[in-house]
Design a protein around this ligand. Sequence first.
Ligand SMILES: [Zn+2]
Length: 233
Amino acid sequence: MNTRVHLKPGAVCADPYFVMEVPRLTEYRYAWFEVARGCSYSKAYARCPACGGAVGSLMWQPPYDVVLKQARRVGDFVGGFGGPELLVSTRFSDLYRRARLTGIARWLPVTVRMLGARVPKANEAPSLLGVYFSRRLVRADWSKMGVKWLTRPKVGYCRVCGPGGGGRNGCYSSIERIAIDPKTLGHAGDMFQAMNLHGEVLVSARARQLIEDSGLENAHFIRLTDARCSFFE
Ligand SMILES: [Zn+2]
């Protein structure tokens, strides 16, 4: 169960970084996506510079076709399954470029099909882009995260992409919070994934403020200290 505490938009907070969460299976208000059948992936995933292990998702190959489910209302951020790490609106990509935000490694043009009994006929498919986030040399400090391990990291785990992440780096069942090693924060941009914390998109306070001030829809921001996560409760 995920017990994260979403910040209310505009909440003042001195934390320099936040987890950005975009609902997928728990979505009930906004559309979410699935990739079209028959899609393929290359193995050109991001790799750890120290051990060469995978630190990112497999790269989605063309055609970049997605199906929006429950498509009556489409947010500026659309979570889903397969394909890119996230879909974003052109409103967001305009903001990203205008504000010179950093941290998105790849932008993919996608073709959108909409499904759902309540999709208004006049509602044309929105213009969305698939994105992959940068893997920065920022590292989570697992010694401060209240971690419970399902399988503990083995002696000799990679000191760059581990611990965490599976295999010899160990697999966690829950964390109480996210902590970032301050010595590595010089590598952080505005949006990124830590080298040893796959799946969590972290954003700067500036990026969060710009997104909220622009009224972009369907992203929640969580303090790192509130980013509790458990896979088995
Ligand atoms: Zn590694």
